[in-house]
Design a protein around this ligand. Structure first.
Ligand SMILES: Cc1cc2nc3c(=O)[nH]c(=O)nc-3n(C[C@H](O)[C@H](O)[C@H](O)COP(=O)(O)OP(=O)(O)OC[C@H]3O[C@@H](n4cnc5c(N)ncnc54)[C@H](O)[C@@H]3O)c2cc1C
Length: 384
């Protein structure tokens, strides 16, 4: 398979690399220490001003209309510099795509330009609940029809960017009597809606700059026009959109992995032991060779999934393969990078321990590695 990027894709990648180097990279260590929220928000606005918050949304609604390959290149470039910033960019793009694919014309007109231009600092994707993670169809949050609207009650956990999101895509059970997964609907809830409460902020292992919160719906009334798509058709929507989101997590993983290995390779060339650079030891060279192979394989799987999505072909299996492989490759690359730096790899003055912590969650969110294997196996066996 040969990938030749269009001029526009190359331009988007170059612009992402420039903003990543100038604005995201200098902030990454501070965000990791729990500082720099204002700068994070300023960077999200800058990314919106440059088209990165709605890369795959049509220009008719303020988006860049750049496609999934461009999205993957951009997320990799941004993730190389700062995973905590980039996860919010990836999720916001996913929120824009949900609204674009199932929203009404009115919903698109009302929300997409605000996501695209940064009026909304981010979008939030509210699926996971305390009792429903890998199995989101088991959710308990209810949306009861009430007069000319719905009333939402329940809570979601681990919601990225909830503290500064302008709009929340929320899944809730509208018909509990239907079979599991068949009575769920999808709603758009604006920040500030009475009854939408941003709860506890989680303290995490990594990606500290990205807020992760409980989101509570306490008698939260939304108009009937907040329903996206058809009533009780929401779970199908979630499944479809998560596949696209997985290309984003895969690209983010690749960015983190590449950043770690770039530090490690430079260190291996510079660090002298036994009178020579450690890169001249075959034991070190084999570690570098294995991780270079990981990076290239991850890149090809991501581009293959992205290209399929852009061509309008089924891509769920490929997106899961890309997410599974790239996130596990990021784990191997960041771990190898720590090993190649020796003691320095474990010390906070060097970036690789942060990269290892940032990488860890990529094997969990938007479907764990085990769930990706479930999807890949199901799709493979279905086609026998
Ligand atoms: C930092 C962070 C950000 C997040 N952001 C969001 C967000 O913005 N929006 C959102 O909706 N969610 C978000 N999540 C939630 C995330 O998607 C879930 O944590 C994830 O899907 C796993 O669900 P769980 O934590 O309930 O784990 P569980 O489902 O309880 O899984 C526990 C273990 O059991 C395994 N397991 C479960 N089922 C199977 C099976 N069928 N076969 C084999 N193994 C299985 C899992 O792989 C895992 O190893 C976020 C989570 C974190 C930590």
């Amino acid at each position: 398979m040969h990938f030749a990027f269009t001029d526009e894709e190359e331009m988007i990648r170059a612009a992402a690399e420039r903003i990543a180097a100038e604005r995201l990279a200098p902030l990454a260590a501070r965000l990791d220490r729990g500082e720099g929220r204002d700068e994070l928000l300023a960077n999200l606005k800058l990314l919106a001003d440059n088209g990165f918050m709605a890369l795959n949304v049509s220009p008719d609604h303020g988006g860049a209309g750049a496609g999934t390959v461009a999205f993957a290149l951009a997320i990799e470039a941004l993730g190389y510099a700062c995973a905590a910033t980039t996860v919010g960019v990836s999720v916001t793009n996913m929120v824009g795509e949900v609204i674009q694919s199932v929203g009404s014309e009115e919903q698109k007109r009302r929300h997409l330009p605000k996501l695209a231009d940064g009026t909304y600092p981010a979008g939030a994707f509210c699926l996971t609940e305390s009792g429903a993670g890998s199995d989101p169809a088991g959710m308990r949050t209810r949306a009861r029809r009430d007069g000319d609207g719905y009333v939402l009650d329940g809570s979601k956990i681990y919601i990225s960017s909830a503290e500064y999101a302008g709009v929340f895509v929320v899944w809730a059970v509208t018909d509990p009597d239907r079979p599991k997964g068949k009575g769920i609907s999808c709603f758009l809830v604006e920040a500030g809606t009475p009854g939408l409460v941003i709860g506890k902020a989680e303290e995490k292992m990594g990606q500290h700059g990205s807020s992760t919160n409980t989101v509570i719906f306490d008698d939260c009334r939304v108009p009937a026009s907040a329903l996206m798509g058809r009533e009780n058709d929401g779970f199908r929507i979630a499944v479809g959109e998560l596949a696209g989101g997985r290309i984003g997590v895969a690209a983010l993983s690749l960015g983190i992995a590449r950043a770690a290995m770039d530090v490690a390779k430079a260190h291996a060339r510079d660090r002298q032991q036994f009178g020579q650079p450690i890169a001249e030891f075959q034991g070190v060279q084999w570690m570098i060779a294995d991780r270079e192979t990981d990076l290239e394989a991850a890149r090809l799987l991501i581009l293959s999934a992205a290209a399929k999505k852009d061509r309008g072909e089924p891509f769920a299996k490929e997106a899961s393969m890309a997410k599974l492989f790239a996130s596990e490759a990021a784990h191997r690359c960041t771990d190898t990078a720590i090993q190649l730096l020796g003691g320095a790899g474990y010390i906070r003055d060097y970036p690789v321990e942060r990269l290892a912590r940032d990488a860890r969650i990529t094997r969990i969110y938007e479907g764990t590695s085990e769930i990706q294997r479930v999807i890949i196996a199901r799709e493979t066996l279905r086609n026998l």
